[in-house]
Design a protein around this ligand. Structure first.
Ligand code: ZN
Length: 396
């Protein structure tokens, strides 16, 4: 880590150039990106280990990234965010270029607003905030419990409290909903994010969204999902974009949800891999399989809970386990939020803790309603951002 900061310091003094911001285009690959910018493929891709190579596949269209050039237009540094916590850092080093994965520094603000319905929650949230993401999150939260089409009336009210990340002065990544409330015909409906990272309604019943079955029955989770993790032995940052279930070789693996098999073959470090496409942009992946169940092939429809293959240790794996991934529109998400153990009803101590959290949130919601809290647009950022310090300075 010290090396990086030294490097940043050097650049600070030698090049006071600012940073150009770009958007990752649809269909662009990491190799294409390197070629386009005349960056060396060997050092920055072919010489990398398998894990780092796999990380480069995580770049998705629409992502904003930064390039720092000196006054001769030579690339000094590139920052490519892989998710909201980890980024690829390419930097000039001894006349060539080097690759590393480093954490993203961002700040989080808790934001909130209330709005009165004139048309629909979707329309009014968009009108108030200009954010499609917030509208989507709100609608999805009540999708299985309320019927907005039939039951909403003009003058009904809603409140959202959520965390928003900012990076280099810009809104960054999906907001995390903490509370959503809608008052329909004088009755209030809530959703709360609890300390266990799951969503509950006002009665302390878990809110069912897209629920997945556990892909290996009764298996222990041996490694959790993480967008970034420091490997103390290799001394580098990695991501684990799935969950590992430890199980004996040959243990049946079941489809976590109904859908269509879109891949069933070997794939690099994944080993024997099955990918299943589900509704609403969800996809699940099952890796390191010993073998596929007979009759499971690309194009086949499977039901939730149906056996599709068997636990093994093919590909890059240190022992028999299932590596399970959940993706939404290509983005890896934490399966824990959606994997069904049993739908949870909070009891005892857990319920007591939830009720305290709920009480605090309810007070906030009441305050926002009373104050008619408006969505605060941050003033458009016109300052400069510096890659070397990962800091921004406002102009003037
Ligand atoms: Zn894994």
């Amino acid at each position: 880590m010290i090396r990086i900061f030294l490097l940043f310091a050097l650049i600070t003094s030698a090049f006071a150039s600012d940073v150009q911001r770009y958007r990752w285009k649809n269909g662009e690959t990491f190799l294409l990106f390197l070629e386009k910018n005349s960056l060396p493929l060997k050092q920055l891709y072919y010489d990398l280990d398998k894990d780092d190579q796999r990380l480069t596949e995580e770049m998705r269209s629409g992502i904003h990234y930064q390039i720092l050039r000196d006054s001769n237009q030579t690339i000094k540094q590139v920052l490519l965010p892989l998710n909201d916590e980890l980024q690829i850092h390419i930097y000039q080093d001894k006349g060539s270029y080097a690759f590393e994965a480093i954490p993203i520094i961002s700040t989080t603000r808790t934001e909130s607003f209330t709005t009165t319905i004139t048309h629909s929650p979707n329309y009014n949230i968009l009108k108030e905030t200009g954010s499609k993401k917030l509208a989507q999150i709100f609608i999805a939260s009540f999708k299985n419990s309320l019927n907005f089409k039939n039951d909403i009336r003009k003058g009904d009210k809603l409140v959202m409290i959520y965390d928003q990340k900012y990076r280099l002065g810009e809104v960054f990544s999906m907001p995390t909903l903490k509370v959503a409330m809608i008052e329909m015909r004088k009755k209030r409906h809530f959703i709360y994010l609890n300390d266990d990272d799951r969503y509950y309604d006002e009665k302390g019943h878990e809110v069912e969204g897209f629920l997945l079955a556990r892909p290996v029955r009764g298996a222990r989770v041996s490694s959790h999902f993480t967008k970034r993790r420091y490997h103390p032995v290799l001394k580098k940052w990695k991501a684990h974009l799935g969950m590992d279930y430890a199980a004996r070789r040959g243990t049946p693996v079941v489809a976590a949800g109904s859908g269509k098999v879109i891949y069933a073959a070997r794939l690099g470090s994944y080993g024997n891999l099955i990918k299943i496409r589900h509704n609403d942009g969800y996809e699940t992946r099952y890796a390191h399989l010993k073998s596929f169940r007979r009759g499971i092939y690309r194009g086949k429809y499977v039901k939730k809970g149906q056996t599709i293959g068997y636990v093994g240790t093919t590909g890059r794996s240190t022992g028999p386990h299932l590596h399970f991934e959940l993706r939404k529109h290509g983005r890896a998400i934490n399966p824990l939020r959606v994997v069904q153990v049993t739908t949870k009803k909070l009891k005892g101590k857990e319920r007591k803790a939830f009720l305290t959290l709920k009480k605090n949130y309810d007070e906030s919601v009441n305050l926002h309603l009373a104050n008619k809290t408006q969505f605060k647009k941050l003033p458009k950022f016109t300052g400069k951002c510096y890659v070397h310090s990962l800091e921004c300075q406002a102009n003037g």
